[in-house]
Structures are given as structure tokens and as C-alpha cells.
Design a binder for this molecule. Structure first.
Ligand SMILES: *[C@@H]1O[C@H](CO)[C@@H](O)[C@H](O)[C@H]1NC(C)=O
Ligand SMILES: *[C@@H]1O[C@H](CO)[C@@H](O)[C@H](O)[C@H]1NC(C)=O
Ligand SMILES: *[C@@H]1O[C@H](CO)[C@@H](O)[C@H](O)[C@H]1NC(C)=O
Ligand SMILES: *[C@@H]1O[C@H](CO)[C@@H](O)[C@H](O)[C@H]1NC(C)=O
Ligand SMILES: *[C@@H]1O[C@H](CO)[C@@H](O)[C@H](O)[C@H]1NC(C)=O
Ligand SMILES: *[C@@H]1O[C@H](CO)[C@@H](O)[C@H](O)[C@H]1NC(C)=O
Ligand SMILES: *[C@@H]1O[C@H](CO)[C@@H](O)[C@H](O)[C@H]1NC(C)=O
Length: 278
């Protein structure tokens, strides 16, 4: 009896496997006819074990757009031209959406220097940030027609990560002051001569499966003290989708924070740039 049950369950599985080997498209959901990606299929259809990372939750609906004059102290309107002429010190997330251009004038600081703070600019016109200006935040996201980053400008998300994804923290466990992990494991920091380098690793890798569409913060480095957290913070995230021309004469940074002599460095975050021409 037991053997029959085995055979009856075994045969459909075998058929499934044969179908898969002969026709991998069976796995595709609604993707374009000629592309097959191992990360595109719904593993629950066939496999009983879930090898894929959990699907990210749908993004929350956007808050209403900030206003150029009232919220950002600028001149004009986001549906025509918004000019940021003086420093903006933000303390919480800001979402900017409109049909016009957005210009940050020379030497202006457009900052939200809190861990995980997010600045999103979503405009149908052009974006430009002039010489010596800076954007400092945890997450910077830009959607624009053209975008220019002039000489000496910087988008700096260094060491301003928010929380890493929930499946693992990427932060090293021990008190060796090892480095934070991200797409790979963090660096070891071998102080104990009795141990092999393989025994002391930095933080876990956690975003290997999303490297094609990177959108993860870096993670913290380890500390050498139980009481004080000396680890460097993780790097932030930058994403830009530019319809026509993206010109970068400045710097775009998502480095991990420095741990100093008593802590490990944080891991870098993510930068994703897409444009018709760069
Ligand atoms: C913004 O912060 C800087 C220092 O970080 C300060 O010099 C400047 O006056 C502030 N600007 C505003 C508008 O609060
Ligand atoms: C950039 O913005 C300035 C105003 O801040 C404007 O005069 C200039 O034409 C813009 N440059 C480009 C290339 O869009
Ligand atoms: C930009 O705005 C459009 C139109 O409102 C919206 O569909 C899109 O999701 C927005 N993108 C981002 C990154 O906020
Ligand atoms: C930008 O900064 C550089 C170096 O600090 C300085 O030489 C230059 O005059 C600045 N340019 C403007 C337009 O502020
Ligand atoms: C975008 O930039 C290109 C190259 O500078 C320019 O030819 C084009 O007119 C710009 N598009 C808009 C809508 O400003
Ligand atoms: C860019 O700025 C740096 C110093 O901030 C200066 O040395 C360099 O000549 C500038 N390049 C251009 C093309 O203006
Ligand atoms: C970027 O930010 C980090 C951390 O605040 C700072 O150490 C670094 O000097 C900044 N880089 C630039 C080019 O502004």
C-alpha cells in the first residue's frame, strides 16, 4: 500500500520534472516571450520549498508632493520651474512630483542627514544640480527627463543607511570589529591568532538575489566593545531613471561608514542609474 502511494505521487513529480526540462517556459508567468529569468517565476507553482527571497511588499502610496515654496523654501513651482536657491535642512522624508524642471543653485546644500531619510524627485522636466551643491540623505531617487550634475556637486548617501532587509541584518555577530556584509560577506578582522581567517567572517550576504536591481542599504560593521557600538553605518541608496540624457560631472556616493580603529566598516549601499544616454 505504501509503495503504491509512493508511485502515485512519484509519477506526477516525474512528469513535472520532464516538462520542466523540455519546456522551461512553463515556469514563466507573464514575462516577455523571449526572456527567461530564474528570478521571474513563481516557485510555489512547482517547488514545495521556497528558494526565492520573499517578494518585497508593494510600495506605500506616495504622499502628496511637497511644495516648492512652502516646504522647500524655493522659487517657482514644481509644475513649471522650481529653483532651490538656499540651503534646505530636511528632518523627514520628502516626495517631490510635478511636470516641470527642478534646479539646485550653486553651493546649495539640500540635506536630510538622518539614517534612512528619503528624498524622491519625480518630475517630467529636467533636473540639474549646480557646481559645489550637495544632496545628503539616506535614499535619493530621481525620475526626470534630463539630469545634470555639475562639477563639484555630490549626492552623498555615505553611512546613512536605514534598516537592511528583514531576512538577515548583514551585521557581524562577534566582537572582532569585522566588516558589514551586503552582496558578499563582510571582511574578517583577525585579531585572535588561534583562529583561521575562515572562522571569523564579517556580516552575512543578504542582497545577492537583487543585485540586478540593487535597492538595498549597506549594513553596519561590527564593534570591538559590548557597550559601545563602534561599527561604521551602512551606505545609502541612489536610484535614477532618466529618460534622455544623464550627465554626471560630480560624485554619486553610497559608501559604507568608517568604523575607525575600534570598529568594522559598514558595507556600501546601492546605486542604480538608467538613462537613454550617459
Ligand atoms: C541648515 O544647516 C546649516 C548647518 O548644517 C546651517 O548653517 C544653515 O543655516 C541651516 N539652514 C536653514 C535654512 O536652516
Ligand atoms: C540648470 O539650471 C539653471 C538655473 O539654476 C539654468 O539656468 C540652466 O539653464 C540649467 N542648465 C541645464 C543644462 O539644464
Ligand atoms: C512618478 O510619478 C508617476 C506619475 O504620478 C508614478 O506613476 C510613478 O510611480 C512615480 N515614480 C516614482 C519613482 O515615484
Ligand atoms: C566651487 O568650489 C571650488 C573649490 O572649493 C572653488 O574653487 C570654486 O570657486 C567654487 N565654484 C563656485 C561656482 O562656487
Ligand atoms: C535633453 O538634453 C539634450 C542634450 O542636452 C537636449 O538636446 C534635449 O533638448 C533635452 N531635452 C529637454 C526636454 O530639455
Ligand atoms: C572641476 O572642479 C575642480 C575643483 O573643484 C577643478 O579642479 C576642475 O578644473 C573643474 N573642472 C571643470 C571642467 O570645470
Ligand atoms: C560624504 O559623506 C561622508 C560621511 O558624512 C563624508 O565623510 C564625506 O567626506 C562626504 N563626501 C563628499 C565628497 O562630500
Amino acid at each position: 500500500m505504501a509503495r503504491f502511494q509512493f508511485i502515485f505521487t512519484f509519477i506526477p513529480i516525474l512528469i513535472t520534472i520532464i516538462t520542466l526540462t523540455t519546456n522551461p517556459r512553463v515556469l514563466c508567468l507573464d514575462s516577455e516571450p523571449d526572456s527567461f529569468s530564474i528570478i521571474d517565476y513563481d516557485s510555489n507553482l512547482i517547488f514545495h520549498q521556497d528558494y526565492s527571497p520573499p517578494a518585497p511588499p508593494p510600495p506605500p502610496p506616495h504622499p502628496p508632493s511637497a511644495s516648492c515654496t512652502d516646504d522647500l523654501g524655493g522659487i517657482g513651482s514644481i509644475d513649471t520651474v522650481c529653483q532651490i536657491v538656499a540651503d534646505v535642512n530636511l528632518t523627514r522624508d520628502v516626495y517631490i512630483e510635478g511636470k516641470g524642471d527642478f534646479n539646485i543653485h550653486p553651493g546649495v546644500r539640500f540635506h536630510c542627514p538622518n539614517f534612512g531619510c528619503s528624498i524622491t524627485i519625480n518630475i517630467s522636466g529636467n533636473f540639474n544640480i549646480s557646481v559645489n551643491s550637495s544632496i545628503v540623505t539616506g535614499t535619493f531617487e530621481l525620475v526626470a527627463n534630463n539630469a545634470s550634475f555639475f562639477n563639484g556637486s555630490v549626492v552623498n548617501t555615505t553611512g546613512l543607511a536605514g534598516d537592511p532587509p528583514p531576512q538577515t541584518s548583514g551585521t557581524p555577530q562577534g566582537l572582532e570589529g569585522a566588516g558589514g556584509g551586503h552582496g558578499g560577506r563582510g571582511a574578517c578582522c583577525l585579531l585572535d591568532k588561534e583562529k583561521l581567517p575562515e572562522d571569523i567572517w564579517g556580516g552575512d550576504a543578504y542582497s545577492w538575489s537583487s543585485l540586478q536591481d540593487p535597492w538595498s542599504y549597506g549594513s553596519k560593521g561590527g564593534s570591538t566593545s559590548k557597550e559601545v557600538d563602534y561599527g561604521g553605518a551602512g551606505g545609502g541608496r541612489v536610484k535614477m531613471k532618466v529618460k534622455e540624457y544623464l550627465v554626471v560631472d560630480g560624485a554619486i556616493l553610497a559608501d559604507g561608514g568608517c568604523g575607525g580603529v575600534k570598529g568594522g566598516g559598514g558595507s556600501g549601499g546601492s546605486i542604480l542609474l538608467k538613462a537613454y544616454k550617459m
